[in-house]
Write a protein that binds this ligand. Structure first.
Ligand SMILES: [Zn+2]
Length: 61
């Protein structure tokens, strides 16, 4: 059985379809990680996100 380490608390988690929180060990760890990600996003002003997207488009052309 495949196992991974929870990205939040490093606990060993069995990787299975029954684990709806994978790669996290629990809903708590998943929410903590999403919360950290969301608070990082909130620190960035909306205008700079649009500017970044424009830069990416220019690079692809
Ligand atoms: Zn965890």
């Amino acid at each position: 059985m495949k196992k991974v380490n929870c990205p939040k608390c490093k606990k060993e988690v069995i990787w299975s379809d029954k684990n709806g929180f994978k790669p996290f060990c629990s809903e708590r760890c998943r929410l903590l990680d999403l919360g950290a990600w969301a608070s990082e996003k909130h620190r960035i002003p909306g205008s700079s996100i649009i500017l970044d997207e424009e830069k990416i488009l220019e690079r692809e052309e």
